[in-house]
Design a protein around this ligand. Structure first.
Ligand code: HEM
Length: 214
């Protein structure tokens, strides 16, 4: 992709990540003012699902960039969007947590304690979110320099654990027999399976090139 297009693609990425939030904000505003049904029969559930699923979707899309880049080298420029998407995934997850604290728990510590004791899916969500914190904090070029590429890469593999915890959290919430989380689970499973396969392929190609050069 020519460099001059980058700002346009970035603008589209920002719009794609922020647009749905603006739409949710608009529905919340309408629900509070003119149209009480704007957020459906259960507004809290609508907002929680919207922000939780938004976070998970962005997390999985950001994970797809490395395999796409390896399979289709012409799309290598996509790597410039990985950090942006990862940070937006974290921002959506923070909004989701805020929704929980505000609309579900009403900022009541006893209610949160009770949830933690009775609803294991809250622990899975908390794990997914907590694992995103060090990733967001070390997403700067300065962190890569300070930690060193190898250590930074190791740390950033936590993103896979976070996505797995997010998917478990989702399965745990839906009623038995509901298959809504299946699509995103399959996508994540394919991405997880591709990782070692593509690394093996890259090593093999490297050995072949070295042998040919020798
Ligand atoms: C501190 C962390 C978190 C807490 C306390 C939390 C809590 C919740 C709650 C209370 C619900 C609604 C359950 C219901 O409908 O009864 C929910 C839904 C959901 N959460 Fe989380 N969550 C957290 C983190 C996350 C993260 C990091 C992700 C994604 C990576 C995520 C993805 C989802 C999804 C997809 C749903 C929708 C499930 C559905 O309603 O069908 N959550 N979460």
């Amino acid at each position: 992709m020519p460099n001059r297009w980058l700002p346009w693609f970035k603008a589209v990425a920002h719009l794609a990540c922020l647009g749905p939030l603006a739409w949710l904000g608009w529905r919340m505003y309408r629900s509070a003012t003119s149209d009480p049904s704007a957020l459906g029969p259960d507004p809290t559930e609508t907002v929680t699902f919207f922000t939780g699923f938004g976070a998970l979707r962005l997390l999985v899309i950001s994970l797809a960039i490395t395999p796409i880049r390896r399979l289709l080298p012409k799309l290598s420029w996509l790597v410039r969007f990985r950090r942006l998407l990862g940070l937006y995934a974290f921002a959506w997850a923070c909004l989701h947590l805020l929704t929980y604290l505000w609309l579900y728990a009403a900022w009541s510590w006893p209610a949160i304690e009770d949830d933690l004791a009775r609803r294991p899916y809250i622990w899975a969500g908390l794990t997914a979110w907590a694992l995103m914190v060090p990733l967001a904090l070390t997403s700067t070029a300065w962190s890569i320099r300070t930690l060193g590429g190898k250590r930074w890469n190791w740390l950033h593999r936590l993103v896979y654990v976070s996505a797995i915890a997010g998917v478990l959290h989702y399965w745990w919430i839906v009623k038995a027999g509901v298959l809504a989380p299946l699509q995103i689970t399959i996508l994540l499973a394919v991405l997880l399976a591709l990782r070692p396969i593509l690394s093996w392929w890259k090593r093999r190609e490297g050995t072949r090139t070295a042998a040919a050069a020798a």
